[in-house]
Write a protein of this length. Structure first.
Length: 464
């Protein structure tokens, strides 16, 4: 990945120095196990550690690369360079092993290391979301379905639902990390014909991996497919949150906004712009992470006991997906921490359309007062359309300005136009004493819609 979207801690996992260090440890631990079994001299195993346990400096890495230019084989190049330090005892290194034993086991270690960083990232995301959820728990805003005003909700519930989503993602990643962290030291075609399974068990224990129950010379790629699919789901959750912010930041909405730092510029052409650049960036980064999922799924299918069609894919998607997601999750933490919210705008939008958000509340009230649901729905919908009309919107032809009558003009003097029109509805008056509607007006509308928020929060956060 390019430095712009990389963090050093994650990038280091995929650098050559870390890779070769893991390769060395796999080979050296295997030598220890072979020595205990009497397959190689104990002195040879000790020599591997004493003479070969050196830092992988740029000079050593350059030497391995130079050898690979000739051999066209990365593991052989690595072993050849190692032998230059270990000397004659290097003939006992890699006894009974095949290249995939080193490559696949190393990939498991690297993915485990990457997962640990991503899990820590998710903890920071969860902490930020919980903090903002608690701060805005009862900050009432308009809930929207299909982008259209529905019923009141709270900003805290937005944060809470994202918290619950990312909590599930953390559980998924923990499981995916456990599944991908396996070790295969089984030799050619995975039969252990030339190496004792005890070597695999020893190396796995030293590297904090599980033994792969059956490898065909490679670790089965369904494990890796699930790992990258999990990263893709996390990326989609990240985009889900980013998209919510992008909608709320639109100029005509402006219920929330990315923090705009002093001196920050929004546009090279238009000095007034305050664009949602972070959330747009997160949307793009999510696409990069998800782009690894299909290749990972396709890697599951290999020829017979192995081929290397998966290899070039993993050399790219391993670093790219984990580095990108790590960067994006840390950007997401900053976004949530500093997100600016505008409760006054939320209330203005909620109150902007004459109480139509109480339509379902009235519908249920009528059904509980001996009005059939069908009649109740017709009555409430008809009067809700009158509310739209009173704002100059013709329900039958929105392209035309509505022609207002005297009742429409009177309604404009009332905050809750829906109740006003209902109280003047002759069909409703025939089936219900409309004065009963006053009992709804006596109850605070917002409290009605938020009365279960604490209960929802207890489900997510426990006691609060």
């Amino acid at each position: 990945m390019i430095p712009r979207y990389s963090r050093p801690e994650m990038t280091a996992i995929w650098e050559a120095a870390n890779k070769f260090r893991i390769w060395f440890e796999i080979e050296a631990h295997a030598c220890d196990a072979q020595a205990e079994l009497g397959v190689i001299p104990k002195a040879a195993a000790k020599a591997v550690w004493d003479r070969g346990d050196l830092p992988y400096t740029p000079e050593r890495i350059a030497r391995i690369d130079a050898i690979e230019m000739e051999t066209k084989h990365d593991v052989i190049a690595f072993l050849t360079e190692l032998a230059e330090h270990v000397g004659e005892d290097a003939r006992f290194v890699h006894q009974g092993m095949t290249s995939s034993d080193v490559l696949d086991t190393c990939f498991s270690v690297q993915l485990s290391q990457a997962a640990d960083i991503l899990l820590a990232d998710l903890d920071r995301v969860l902490a930020a979301l919980k903090k903002r959820a608690m701060e805005t728990k009862m900050m009432v805003c308009m809930g929207r379905s299909h982008g259209i005003h529905a019923e009141p909700s709270t900003m805290g519930l937005k944060f809470a639902r994202f918290y619950a989503e990312f909590a599930r993602n953390k559980e998924r990643l923990q499981w995916a990390r456990e599944e991908v962290a396996t070790c295969a030291i089984s030799g050619a075609v995975g039969t252990f014909a030339n190496i004792d399974p005890a070597v695999e068990e020893y190396v796995a224990q030293k590297l904090d991996l599980q033994v792969e129950p059956v490898s065909t010379q490679v670790i089965p790629r369904d494990r890796h497919a699930m790992f990258f699919a999990t990263l893709g789901v996390i990326a989609s959750s990240m985009e889900n949150l980013a998209t919510e912010v992008r909608h709320l930041q639109r100029t005509e909405v402006r219920e929330a906004q990315e923090y705009f730092a002093p001196g920050q510029k929004g546009s090279s052409a238009m000095p007034h712009k305050r664009n949602p650049i972070l959330t747009e960036n997160l949307t793009g980064l999510a696409r990069i992470v998800r782009s690894a999922v299909v290749p990972a799924l396709e890697n599951v299918t290999l020829w017979h006991e192995r081929d290397i069609s998966h290899s070039s894919v993993e050399r790219m998607i391993g670093p790219d997906a984990t580095i990108t997601l790590d960067f994006a999750l840390n950007r997401l933490v900053g976004l949530v921490d500093k997100l600016v919210v505008y409760p006054e705008n939320m209330l203005d939008h909620l109150n902007a359309f004459g109480g139509i958000h109480d339509a379902q509340r009235v519908l249920l009230f009528l059904t509980q007062n001996d009005v059939s649901r069908e009649d109740a729905y017709k009555i409430v919908q008809r009067n809700a359309m009158r509310v739209w009309k009173s704002f100059g919107i013709d329900p039958d032809d929105p392209s035309k300005a509505a022609e207002l009558d005297e009742l429409d003009r009177l309604a404009a003097e009332h905050d809750n136009r829906l109740f006003f029109f209902l109280s003047h509805d002759e069909d409703l008056a025939r089936v219900l004493d409309v004065t009963k509607l006053s009992s709804l007006l006596d109850e605070d509308s917002l409290s009605y819609h938020t009365k279960r928020v604490n209960e929802i929060f207890r489900r997510i956060f426990g006691e609060n």
